[in-house]
Design a protein around this ligand. Sequence first.
Ligand SMILES: [Zn+2]
Length: 139
Amino acid sequence: MLKTAEHRWVPTLPHERTMTALEVMACRQGRQPGTGTAEGPFVHPFVSHGRWGVRCPECGSACQASRFDPRFWCPTCFTDGDPWLPVAWTPDCERAETALSVRPVLETRNWRAFDPDEPVAVLEAENTVYLTRRVKAVR
Ligand SMILES: [Zn+2]
């Protein structure tokens, strides 16, 4: 399983119990995102070293993404009250998670979901080569 915002931003305080992980992240940084979600631009998830992330289209900052809360709000450059941006999760993300989760080395769990040159089939083909080499190296 790849890590998400839910692994890092766990609601523990009484006032956080009704918040999503992303809302906890903003709250703990003293920020207040708006209540609405903009119609765009969409941000696209990626995987880096086994963690789902999204990159801010404005400043380039990366934040952990949530598989349960398909929104993004940049604590670096957005102003309090700005709306969330939608995250473009696709069915391929589930398939990519399956492909990457079998890799034993965390640093090899990477994927650019937004890159048409790196479809999930590429990850699966890499697994065939990578996992075969690892098995041979162990023998
Ligand atoms: Zn930003």
